[in-house]
Design a protein around this ligand. Sequence first.
Ligand SMILES: *Cc1c(COP(=O)(O)O)cnc(C)c1O
Length: 512
Amino acid sequence: MGSLPSDFITKSKSVDTNEFKPLDPEDFREKAHKTIDFIADYYKNIEKYPVLSQVQPGYLRNQLPEAPPDTPESFDTILADVQKDIIPGMTHWLSPNFFAFFPSTVSSAAFVAEMLCTCFNSVGFNWLASPAATELEMVMMDWLAAMLKLPKSFMFSGTGGGVLQSTTSESILCTLVAARDRALNEIGVEHIGKLIVYGSDQTHSTYMKVCKLAGIHPQNIRSIPTSVKDKFSLSPKLLRKVIEADVAEGMVPLYLCSTLGTTSTTAVDPIKELADVAKEYGIWVHVDAAYGGSACICPEYRHFLDGVELVDSLSLSPHKWLLTYLDCCCLWVKNPKLIVNSLCTNPEYLRNKINESDSVVNYKDWQVGTGRRFKSLRLWFILRSYGVKNLQDHIRTDIQMAITFERLVKSDHRFEIVVPRRFSLVCFRLKQFNGFEPSYTELLNKKLLERVNSTGRVYMTHTVVGGIYMLRFAVGATLTEECHVIAAWELIRELADTLVKECYSSITANCI
Ligand SMILES: *Cc1c(COP(=O)(O)O)cnc(C)c1O
């Protein structure tokens, strides 16, 4: 090798390599300690902020400079700006007064495990890229499967296995693609237009998106209607009817997404009965248990999973109800080989002897992306720090608080529970008053929700099911205690008082 040109050497010498050290351990220690203090104070003071952010669109652009700084700013200034610029634009999901959507639960154990995940920053796409990351994930998936009393056919210690995805969408996508490819192998890729997928009108909206991503023709997605009579769960009889009609047309039934705890009202589809029907037609059955599945770690709710031994895959998001922070969605499959067949890649730069032997799991072949974070640390820390017993208690306490709220609603004759409560979500509304149109009841409830949320003291959301507009009160934010639930009800009741009075005192329906 020849020597480097002299001007190159002079140039590189002029750079002072001592100045900029993005990961200096002592510098890290200082900044991290300050940030931990910031976070602990934030959690301590969280109730001082309006739970629903009150800023207007575009608020932040007006506050920030047009371009990044050329030279460094001090860490203290940056952290101070988080307080000044960012916090006002946050909707505080961890507030004890957050009752919207489904809460996103957290814990100290998961937080510190997340720090360790970030610490290692391992990109564990295959076994050798970090054996611990792959192996802990496999053990955790089996631990959780055991807590849910899943059959061995979903466990690595049996004949199946599990993987941590980011979201339910990815869980459904990976299984749908596996089912699709299995079917196309039989009928030929040119017949992809014959594949039909099934769900109900309560299936999560992501299902549509995922089906499109998987190349299922939009007109081949069957969204089977549910009714109040069936408590908005999917009827096996209706499913059979729809499948039979498709088969009669020469179509090929492919995939059914059933739901344990729908997003609107936590309806539960009858897994066993649905699987019995679907299996007659060779359909891949998936159970989306994103929220409700967590309750099944308690023996008294396990029956919702009855029949799970008949299905092909199950997903559950511990970031919703098992204290794990986003994002963490468990997917269990009976036949991982089918997913690997569809998603396996084998580029030269990732090749090594161990990975190519059949003795290890390479999780890159179980998911959409290649790189993946060491998320199982969170589950390991949670399960060991709290034990199954405390997690069961946590589920039961949330449900108990929802029961308290439900009782309060029932004790007020102006309100009604719209759908029977199953877990920790209460769906309720102001009843239709004598002499008022149904559309007026909807307006009244919309107005009530708007007023409640604009106080910044409580945040709730709504849904429309079976044509009925209703309010959703979802208990379960980690910091929520019974006093918050009672205070929220008091606020709702007071605002309803004013609203109802205003309306009765007005002669026409124009009052709102
Ligand atoms: C929340 C929810 C989803 C989406 O969940 P992610 O795991 O957060 O993507 C899907 N299905 C149901 C039933 C849900 O409640």
